[in-house]
Design a binder for this molecule. Structure first.
Ligand SMILES: [Zn+2]
Ligand SMILES: [Zn+2]
Length: 335
């Protein structure tokens, strides 16, 4: 009698714009330099929406989304020394880098010319198990549960990289779009003794209260001017119209950091908004170093995440909740 092939359940994107479908697939075997993780939790990121909506080109269909993965190493491929069997690790968006291009050689592997991304060009974590590159696995602090840790792996990491793009002496920082990333970053900023000005969707009183509860000095609608000029602003909402608003809110020499992978078009604006050495820049992915630094910092703050848990088969509901803006904090899928 043939032995039964081991399988796993996964939520699959078969076509952009279509709902994810639950499928049972053969359990994959890790190749050289790879590990297989038993997924304990996977956060839902706004980038997942851009992927399922077809706003990012050429996803590897059929695709398992998800790039905020907390898992336990249950199998290792040839040549893998770390992580070891049984280790609890995290995997984020930057799944593979080449190690040889002009960016990798300068320690800027977030800009790798041959990068592959988890849950987009590589299988992601909306599944019971996932194959990951051993080099992409990040050791996780023990202070928080699997569910509480998952949002740290993109919302936290990308937020942290965006944060470090603001001038180090920025005392007053605006955060536009108060979702998963901002709710983490507000805690880091307050712990560092900086003032956070939280800009939320006009009319979203609950988000304003949530921001204040996490340490924001001021919270108000994104269309409002802050009570004082800001030294920097980070935009998490995928809304290009926020760029001129944020430029108008920052002081001379202030920087506006766009932290998302996708944004609607930025409307034209008068040069005087950029004048006086104001700057606009984007943040792409993250380096392994960013990951290690942030995950070392998180327990010191300590960063607490607010999460809403969805079982694997309800991944579409998690995406819907994020899209509608009715989540407080982050959605996390638990297989
Ligand atoms: Zn490279
Ligand atoms: Zn993400």
């Amino acid at each position: 009698m043939p032995t039964t092939m081991p399988t796993m359940r996964a939520m699959i994107l078969e076509a952009p714009g279509a709902p994810l479908v639950l499928r049972t697939l053969p359990l994959p075997t890790p190749g050289p330099g790879e590990v297989r993780l038993r997924v304990k939790a996977c956060g839902v990121c706004r980038t997942d929406l851009h992927v399922v909506d077809g706003e990012l080109p050429d996803p590897a269909l059929p695709l398992i989304p998800g790039h905020e993965i907390v898992g336990i190493v249950e199998a290792t491929g040839p040549g893998v020394a770390t992580p070891a069997l049984g280790d609890r690790v995290g995997v984020g968006w930057l799944g593979r880098t080449c190690g040889a291009c002009r960016f990798c050689l300068r320690g800027r592997e977030n800009l790798c010319l041959h990068a592959r991304f988890t849950g987009y060009q590589l299988p992601g974590g909306y599944a019971e198990a996932v194959i990951a590159g051993a080099a992409a696995c990040l050791p996780l602090p023990a202070y928080a549960s699997d569910v509480a840790t998952a949002p740290l792996l993109c919302a936290g990491l990308i937020g942290f990289r965006a944060w470090r793009m603001a001038p180090p002496d920025a005392a007053r920082v605006g955060l536009y779009g108060f979702g998963a990333a901002a709710h983490i970053l507000t805690q880091v900023a307050a712990w560092e003794g900086r003032e956070v000005y939280a800009f939320v969707r006009p009319g979203d009183a609950a988000a304003e209260a949530f921001a204040r509860s996490l340490g924001a000095t001021w919270a108000g609608p994104s269309t409002a001017a802050p009570p004082v000029p800001l030294d920097a602003a980070v935009i998490f909402a995928p809304v290009g119209a926020l760029v001129p608003l944020a430029l108008a809110a920052v002081d001379r020499g202030g920087v506006v950091v766009c932290a998302g992978i996708h944004m609607s078009d930025i409307p034209s604006f008068p040069y005087r908004l950029l004048w006086e050495e104001r700057g606009v820049r984007s943040v792409a992915n993250l380096t392994h170093r960013d990951g290690l630094d942030f995950l070392a910092l998180a327990p010191r703050v300590p960063v607490r995440t607010t999460t809403e848990v969805f079982p694997l088969e309800r991944a579409n509901d998690a995406l819907l909740a994020l899209r509608s803006g009715r989540l407080t904090g982050a959605a996390v899928i638990v297989p």
